[in-house]
Design a protein around this ligand. Structure first.
Ligand code: ACM
Ligand code: ZN
Length: 768
């Protein structure tokens, strides 16, 4: 019996070993890596040889993790000769760099400092079976493949920003994210602790910051941008904050993992949370109730600190004093973004300040504000960071700028003046944006930043002056949490894109290889899944592009993973690994249903099934003339989703008057005309105020065949829905139809975005 059990254990063991030996890829990809023969197995007999107590601590943490899952208890010795795993100081290596030489007999690790040894252990962690992350005992061979690695980071600043204001991220989840960052050799957590939607850090001198400022009304039934502002008498059950002990725990946990936690104390805007607690710090011209905002805030986003009130500065200095005590980081981020200055323009105190300081405008008043606070922070021995709007006026001395708007190029204005900077461009590194085909994604803002977009990012542009590259400290992925309602939502947006950021931040530019990155990523994902992280599988989903031409619609399908096969059906059946393989564009000349999905090499379906119903009418496959580049979606036979950024909706920069012509290619009898329009109330996307349809046979002389008019009460209706605008027309015969739509203009006073210009979007013209 015992012999039998032994054989089973041996078989399981061999099986595991085989699986592990297959994948030596790790993320971020090391500078140099050679795979050797065989593997090193950790057992009770393994001896770790260390030279000093720093190495002993690093080894002890590793052994603790190994022991927890394996029960193995390796020994630690200062006698190097007898050791199997040898840690050796090598002062010729740079800080953070390490070398790792694994043979079946020994593991030799060299580094110049604790960071280097720590990163070598993280590499070993990723080379081990992912079960190393399990909480319970696992039956497994604890082996790592024989490899030779020399490794060092490309950039010194390798960061993640977490916004704990829009969604209060529980401490336990922050700690888990920190550990997952450490595995990726990331070293900066930019902690966005303050915004309009919640003040998240206990400040002893101002208890109302968390008693009042950390709590807001419950508008969880509505997406963030559609949430109306609070009234004074509503309960505020949603929120939370980190106590000073919580902060100390987070900072210490991060420090053990060589991650510096950089606090962001936002000013002078994005701070309705503190102004809800201490309304006297807003400009005295604000005569409305100031509450912690549950959403975008509309005109309340203009309520910012008064730059003419001395109390504001003493308040912020007091806050900074407590923050400095809690965060050993040498940096404090002072925000400075998106400060709308409508109240400053009206405020007598702000205007007085402008006069006294000899400033020319409100923008310069922000310059004064930021410079004054930056000077205070520097006097306390810390360095100052800020968003790229600081380049709109005189920059505070030595400030480090975070390039975020668009592709982050405003940061180059700072570099031009000799300032260091970090790149976190919204168009690539904002993890709030969709990470995959939008039909499958939970609703969020704006366009796509896929895993591949993040991976492909190259911060140093060919047209940069050489000194810009010298001033670039590194890169950061930034997670804004407007659309997070749970800690799971946070994990979903952060992972796995954070691994792609790590590759940009750590690995050499020229050695990037998407396919091998994905292999390393799969391994990393196994690790974090065992830690309980629900990472996104969006990378397996299919993005479709449907283009009309020559009376057909052509469907192109793409998946960012090159190691999957797309199978499809046209008979309404579910796609399987036996369905036809998609290789080339599929063309339709009549209505049909395309179903498709991705499958791995083992024939298992890995992505979600994409269902594309192709509709057909007189306009389908026809050409839109005199439209913009997006108008082609109007005749591609496919309807848009409720997400107006899903590439199936066409929009206009200005919607005051939109006009385009559809060419039906020959004179046709026309009975009905419908155009699909989407409403996304929170984003001010609304149906038009009017639509006029005109007919022609020569594209010169047109006559009106139908019109529709909509009143404000029909247009500005809350919600997210598709409206088919059916326009009654005089039955006609025509080759050309000209459609002219007029936007509804500014949203009315009662709207969540009162006074903002609304946009019109159409997905399809349906002519029968
Ligand atoms: C920002 O996204 N407002 C920095
Ligand atoms: Zn003021």
């Amino acid at each position: 019996m015992r012999k039998f059990a032994f054989i089973i254990i041996l078989l399981t063991t061999l099986f595991n070993v085989e699986i592990d030996a297959l994948n030596t890829n790790i993320v971020p990809q090391p500078l140099n890596m050679e795979v050797g023969d065989g593997q090193f197995i950790f057992t009770d007999e393994t001896k770790f040889g260390v030279e000093n107590s720093m190495q002993e601590r690093i080894v002890a943490n590793f052994i603790e993790q190994l022991n927890r899952v394996s029960g193995i208890q390796p020994k630690v010795t200062r006698k190097h000769k007898k050791a199997h795993v040898k840690l050796r100081t090598n002062k010729t290596l740079k800080s953070e760099a390490y070398s790792l030489d694994v043979t079946p007999a020994t593991v030799v690790i060299e580094a110049a400092d604790d960071k280097g040894f720590y990163y070598a252990m993280q590499t070993i962690r990723l080379l081990l079976p992912a079960q190393i992350e399990s909480a319970a005992l696992v039956q497994c061979t604890w082996a790592i493949p024989a490899v030779k690695i020399q490794d060092e980071p490309r950039f010194g600043y390798r960061g993640l920003m977490l916004d704990a204001s829009r969604f209060f991220i529980p401490k336990e989840n922050v700690l888990r994210i920190i550990d997952c960052m450490a595995m990726l050799k990331l070293n900066k957590l930019h902690f966005h602790l303050i915004d309009d939607n919640g003040w998240r850090i206990e400040i002893k001198k101002y208890p109302k910051l968390t008693e009042v400022g950390a709590w807001r009304v419950d508008r969880g039934d509505l997406p963030f941008p559609a949430r109306p502002n609070p009234t004074a008498d509503e309960p505020t059950p949603i929120g939370g904050f980190y106590t000073q002990d919580d902060i100390r725990e987070i900072v210490a946990y991060a420090d053990q993992r060589h991650i510096e936690v950089i606090p962001e104390i936002e000013m002078p805007a994005h701070t309705n949370s503190s102004l809800a607690a201490y309304p006297n710090l807003a400009c005295p011209v604000v005569n409305r109730f100031i509450g912690v905002l549950p959403g975008g805030g509309g005109s309340h986003a203009d309520i910012i600190y008064c730059a003419g009130n001395e109390e504001v500065f003493s308040f912020l200095e007091d806050v900074i004093n407590e923050v400095i005590e809690l965060f050993p980081s040498k940096y404090i981020h002072l925000g400075g973004d998106e400060a709308w200055k409508s109240n400053w323009k009206k405020c007598p105190l702000c205007q007085q300040r402008i006069k006294e300081e000899g400033l020319n405008c409100e923008e310069e008043l922000q310059g004064y504000f930021m410079q004054r606070m930056a000077r205070y922070v520097r006097q306390q021995g810390k360095e100052v960071m800020g968003w790229d709007e600081l380049t709109n006026s005189k920059l505070p001395e030595d400030v480090i700028i975070f390039g975020w708007q668009g592709y982050g190029n405003a940061a180059l204005k700072a570099a031009e003046q000799g300032h260091r900077f970090v790149m976190t461009p919204a168009r690539i590194m904002y993890l709030i944006r969709y990470q995959g085909p939008q039909w499958f994604e939970p609703v969020t803002y704006f366009g796509n930043n896929t895993l591949k977009d993040v991976y492909d990012y190259e911060p140093i542009q060919a047209n940069w002056k050489p000194q810009y590259a010298d001033l670039l400290m590194g890169v950061q992925a930034s997670l804004w949490t407007e659309f997070c309602n749970s800690a799971e939502d946070v994990d979903y947006l952060v992972f796995p894109r954070l691994a792609a950021l790590a590759e940009v931040a750590w690995s050499p530019k020229d050695s990037k290889d998407w396919a091998s990155f994905l292999k390393g990523l799969d391994k990393y994902n196994e690790h974090i899944a065992l830690k309980g992280v629900g990472y996104a599988k969006s990378m397996f989903n299919i993005q479709h592009t449907i283009i009309p031409s020559n009376n057909q619609v052509n469907v192109a399908l793409e998946c960012i993973r090159p190691d999957v096969t797309i199978h499809y059906t046209l008979d309404n059946s579910e796609p399987t690994a036996n369905s036809p393989v998609y290789n080339n564009t599929l063309s339709f000349d009549q209505a049909g249903v395309l179903k498709c999905a991705t499958f791995a090499s083992d024939n298992k379906q890995v992505g979600q099934t994409l269902v594309l119903p192709i509709n057909w009418n007189l306009a389908t496959g026809k050409t839109i003339i005199s439209g913009n580049t997006a108008t082609k979606v109007l005749t591609n036979g496919i309807r848009g989703s409720l997400k107006q950024s899903d590439f199936e909706w066409c929009s206009w920069e200005k919607s005051d008057s939109v006009s385009f012509v559809v060419d039906l290619e020959k004179e046709q009898p026309i009975q009905s005309f419908t155009i699909g329009s989407v409403t996304n109330y929170g984003m001010s996307v609304h149906k038009p105020a009017s639509i006029v349809v005109e007919a022609s046979n020569d594209n010169i002389n047109y006559h009106k065949i139908g019109t529709a008019q909509y009143e404000d009460a029909q247009i500005f209706v809350p919600g997210n829905y598709i409206d088919d605008c059916e326009i009654e027309i005089a039955p006609s015969s025509a080759r050309y139809l000209r459609i002219t739509a007029k936007g509804p203009g500014k949203s009315p006073q009662s709207h969540v975005r009162a006074g903002q210009e609304s946009r019109v979007m159409f997905d399809e013209i349906i002519i029968n």
